[in-house]
Design a protein around this ligand. Structure first.
Ligand code: G3P
Ligand code: MG
Length: 241
């Protein structure tokens, strides 16, 4: 049986402040094969890593990322809400992450968070960064905004894309093929069964499911033969494999 890749969701976010360099470093230490993370654009056009459109939940600041310049954002603490041990963590830039992973051979899943705010020019900026760090063989972009994923393919068909979704898509293999996607990124289990997995794989398309945190579900998905499992606990997944 093929091994499913162990992809750390927002880094090792089960035990460290999500989407910080610390979480990425700890994910690698825990033995992940890949990292999933989320990007937004600042007011001055810098790609930064954060899950939400605002910094309210994860930092000691508040407000929308696209209302701040990167310099302004770097004053906030992205660790403090997670405990004293993590004080001093910054909101990372995509450069920070790419610099860290560039020689590690990991799969890097960059989720473009352009499904609520349609950041203009985001696709071009991310693609430019991928080439700057020579990571085109390692990176797969994903988004709930499928128009954006089609746009990525129109800009550069060599860049890999994945379609994020949270409930069943009718004939998803035909849809994914139409979007020229390299992968589907479904919420786990409820939309996946043997038939979907086979139909997708027969089209040469991969399956990376999220967010899988317990070992029973991990086992089920590994047995289904999916390609990647996106988890907050890369340590649990590593023990299983
Ligand atoms: O990319 C998988 C997963 O991260 C999608 O949802 O909200 O956690 O970014 P979310
Ligand atoms: Mg995400």
């Amino acid at each position: 049986m093929k091994k499913s890749l162990n992809i750390a969701h927002r880094g090792f976010s089960g035990e460290y402040p999500e989407n910080t360099m610390r979480a990425f470093i700890e994910g690698v230490k825990a033995g992940c094969d890949g990292i999933e993370t989320d990007v937004h654009l600042t007011k001055d056009g810098i790609l930064v890593i954060c899950h939400d459109e605002t910094i309210d939940r994860t930092t000691n600041g508040n407000g929308y990322i696209n209302n701040y310049t990167y310099d302004e954002l770097s004053n906030f603490d992205a660790g403090i809400r997670y405990g004293e041990d993590f004080i001093g963590e910054k909101i990372p830039t995509l450069d920070n992450l790419f610099e860290f992973v560039k020689d590690k051979g990991l799969l890097i899943n960059i989720e473009l968070k352009n499904n609520i705010i349609n950041y203009k020019g985001m696709e071009e900026k991310v693609i430019e960064k991928i080439y700057e760090y020579d990571l085109s063989n390692n990176v797969i972009l994903s988004s709930f905004n499928h128009q954006s994923m089609v746009r990525v393919k129109e800009i550069d068909s060599n860049i890999k894309t994945g379609l994020l979704y949270m409930s069943g898509i009718y004939k998803v293999h035909e849809y994914a093929k139409k979007c020229k996607a390299d992968a589907i990124h479904p919420i786990y289990l409820s939309v996946l069964d043997e038939e979907v997995v086979n139909e997708i794989h027969n089209e040469g398309i991969s399956i990376n499911a999220w967010t899988v945190d317990n070992d029973n579900d991990m086992k089920k998905l590994i047995n289904l033969g999916i390609d990647g499992i996106i988890t907050n606990y890369p340590n649990i997944m590593n023990n299983m494999l």
